[in-house]
Write a protein that binds this ligand. Structure first.
Ligand code: SF4
Ligand code: ZN
Length: 735
């Protein structure tokens, strides 16, 4: 460890801790010790402090203990004659820097609640996103776990000119990395430079502008710390495991752009604790020998056109970039990009014109691999701002191909098209919606390239199940209408196939263990009448996925002898659960929330909870961030039950599952639902009403309370009584 770095980092840490203490004292004069503090909508308090030390900072007064610890543990300033190894004390100083900065940022939220925007998007007036709430963390964190995002680059400072910032950001995006931005250099800020260079920033494009101050670096480190707790199932306070998890799994590094101040050194030293190396564009001392990080700790004076490659090399990251022969960049980092207003060159679907996407199987001799046809006008034939009807008909052929695989291939179209820079895609089937931006058109993008993408990527990812693929892109009204009609027949047949199936008449269920990478004992068993709790997998999907990849996470489960008809328990399922959970669990029920329910992982779409006073069950979807009648918000619920355990009284489940016949049927089924957020009611109302009719209570949805009725059991009970909700006269739910 370089003495210069050690002295500067420790000096920086002292400054920051002093600043936090001063700020805290001022705040204590303005507010009381009981004033609630924290980052918005999270169950992880101030996440670095919580994760590393286990201390929960909930009130202003709680900060005192943290600050005392900082003062006590802070190493003394390095003296001239000192010759001891510096690494340990420097890393400690870095860690305490983050604690102090979390305090600073939390007080900022208290003083100025609108300093940061909420949600995933920046606005015209405010580009600073602040702490990621738990909804964002789950959604984005999963990408780190499943590999869609290998990691992140934390950038401090600013590039010498806007254009360099843009180039570095785009290079990182192409490598699928997230870019977390904080701080400034000579008044310039990397995030602002991107905006000026016309780059779209926000969580959607993986260019995350955390904050203008150096202290916003804690939002990046807090994200990594929560990922370890949430996805790694690591307990708060188990700092060793949290740091090792990050070193091994989150491919992150810090990039300093500009003069490295004492405060930057302190933050850099902090990041090294997590195994994240520092790459600098200025000539600071290097720390090359390895130790905490996988390779070097600090590499400096790296030219801007080499900095991304150097960072990736130092962090030991293997990036697979798929080269698709199209004139725009391609990759998941461009998935969340929007095309709006004046930027739209071409628009199709979205209720403005007809649009449809359809994958169909053809005989071998009717498909010419790689053939792409545009039937009707292409982008070169129309003016900017035009609309066209649009049908994407993908025709595949192969000895292994089956009708059941068609929806799996079809579902890829959405994200594959979105991966193209400057192209936006929403929806699927005949509710698809496409926008092609002017920038993409300027680079030469045409509709034909949609065919290029589908041909290349579907071959790459699903080549096992088909041999040949051709794509027809129609933009003529009567042709599009024709495809819509044909496609609708296919959709109806597909839906009828799964809707017509029952658990009773099906002997083979399927497992999904995809989430075990972050919830190690979690096993989803998926039956025709119970979809996976993330909402992404139904029985048909699992069956097809198993056939496509026989050693993958979806395995057939022979249900075997029935052990409990009411609550849904089978011998074969139990045996599978025991094996797949490596003995953590030896059984669970498929139809009950009360009696040994299934396990829940953190990516569930909804969490249901028993409301004893109402003799019923509430459920809340991830998008609803307010309080619920069980006394917990979604984030707290998911954090409490989402670790892969079975928690009687609580289950995670998919939205679709609510209206399936077996949904908590052992406890009374849909008739038990007494509360749901209004938006969820709206979203599922058609299927809900149909199911309610079957149950003989056609107006059930009107009897279900929502947040406009109340957010506590006491508040909703009179409403349920007045409406005569059926749950009130059912058997006691807790038996
Ligand atoms: Fe699979 Fe269940 Fe995870 Fe969904 S929630 S990915 S179905 S294990
Ligand atoms: Zn999951």
């Amino acid at each position: 460890m370089s003495k210069i770095i050690a002295s500067a980092a420790i000096r920086g840490a002292h400054n920051i801790v002093d600043k936090a203490e001063k700020k805290w004292k001022e705040a204590m004069e303005k507010w009381s010790a009981n004033e609630p503090v924290g980052f918005p909508n999270t169950a992880y308090y101030l996440p670095i402090i919580y994760g590393i030390s286990g201390m929960k900072v909930e009130k202003l007064g709680d900060m005192e203990a943290v600050l005392k610890k900082c003062k006590a543990l802070l190493p003394p300033l390095v003296k001239e004659e000192h010759h001891l190894p510096y690494l340990g004390p420097t890393l400690d100083a870095g860690m305490l820097t983050f604690w102090a900065e979390e305090i600073l940022e939390a007080i900022r939220y208290l003083e100025n609640p609108d300093f940061y925007v909420r949600g995933e998007d920046v606005t015209d007036n405010n580009i600073w996103l602040g702490a990621a709430d738990d909804v964002i963390m789950r959604k984005r964190g999963v990408e780190f776990v499943d590999g869609t995002a290998p990691g992140f680059a934390a950038i401090l400072g600013a590039a010498p000119v806007d254009e360099i910032a843009k180039n570095i950001a785009e290079e990182l995006q192409k490598k699928n990395l997230y870019v977390f931005m904080a701080g400034s250099h000579n008044g310039g800020k990397f995030a602002e430079q991107l905006v000026k260079a016309g780059v779209q920033i926000g969580w959607g494009t993986r260019l995350v502008s955390f904050g203008p101050d150096t202290s916003a670096a804690v939002f990046a480190m807090g994200f990594a710390t929560r990922a370890a707790m949430s996805f790694g199932g690591i307990e708060a306070g188990d700092y060793r495991k949290i740091l090792i998890y990050n070193k091994d799994r989150v491919f992150a590094f810090a990039m300093t752009m500009g003069d490295v101040t004492d405060e930057w050194y302190a933050n850099g030293a902090g990041a090294i604790n997590w195994g994240f190396p520092i790459i600098a564009d200025t000539p600071i001392p290097q720390i090359l020998p390895t130790g905490v990080c996988t390779y070097e700790h600090v590499v400096s004076n790296v030219p801007h056109d080499e900095i991304v490659n150097k960072a990736i090399e130092v962090r030991g990251l293997k990036v697979t970039v798929s080269e698709i022969p199209i004139p725009v960049a391609f990759g998941p980092a461009f998935e969340g990009e929007r095309v709006r207003g004046d930027d739209i060159y071409l628009e199709a679907g979205g209720g403005r014109t007809n649009m449809v996407e359809w994958v169909t199987t053809k005989p071998m001799d009717e498909v010419e691999d790689g053939k792409i046809e545009v039937i009707g006008p292409d982008i070169g034939d129309i003016e900017a701002g035009s609309r066209l009807p649009f049908a994407i008909a993908v025709e595949v052929a192969g000895r292994q191909m089956q009708d059941d695989y068609e929806p799996i291939l079809e579902r890829q179209i959405h994200h594959l098209i979105n991966y193209a820079q400057g192209v936006m895609h929403i929806g699927q089937r005949d509710i698809a919606w496409l926008r092609v931006g002017k920038q993409a058109v300027e680079k030469g993008f045409t509709l034909e390239h949609i065919g290029t993408i589908l041909h290349a990527k579907l071959h790459q990812d699903f080549g096992r199940i088909f041999d040949k693929i051709q794509v027809k892109l129609y933009t003529e009204e009567d042709k599009v209408k024709e495809i819509v009609e044909k496609a609708k027949e296919t959709y109806a047949a597909r839906d009828a196939r799964i809707e017509g199936m029952t658990d009773e008449t099906t002997d083979t269920y399927y497992s999904c263990t995809l989430c075990q990478s972050f919830a190690p004992s979690h096993v989803c068993v998926i039956t025709p009448e119970k979809t996976g709790l993330c909402g992404s997998y139904n029985w048909m999907d699992c069956k097809a996925a198993y056939e496509i990849n026989p050693t993958g996470p979806n395995q057939p489960v022979e249900k075997g002898q029935i052990l409990d008809e009411k609550f849904g328990q089978w011998k074969g399922v139990n045996e599978f659960i025991a094996k797949a959970s490596r003995g953590k669990l030896d059984h669970y029920n498929m139809y009950s929330i009360v009696n040994d329910p299934w396990t829940t992982c953190g990516c569930c779409e909804c969490v249901a909870a028993v409301l004893p006073m109402c003799n019923g069950v509430m459920t809340v979807n991830r998008e609803h961030t307010d309080m619920t009648p069980c006394g917990m918000k979604f984030s707290t619920l998911a954090g409490t039950v989402g670790g892969g355990l079975s928690t009687p009284g609580f289950i995670g489940h998919g939205k679709y599952n609510i209206c399936q016949r077996k949904f908590i049927s052992g406890d009374g089924g849909l008739l038990r639902i007494v509360w749901m957020p209004k938006t969820l009611k709206e979203e599922i109302k058609d299927r809900f009403n149909e199911r309610a009719k079957e149950l003989g209570v056609p107006d059930l949805l009107d009897k279900v309370a929502d947040e406009t009725v109340g957010e506590t059991e006491e508040a909703i009970l009179p409403f349920l009584q007045e409406k005569g909700h059926p749950a009130l006269t059912m058997d006691p739910i807790l038996g």
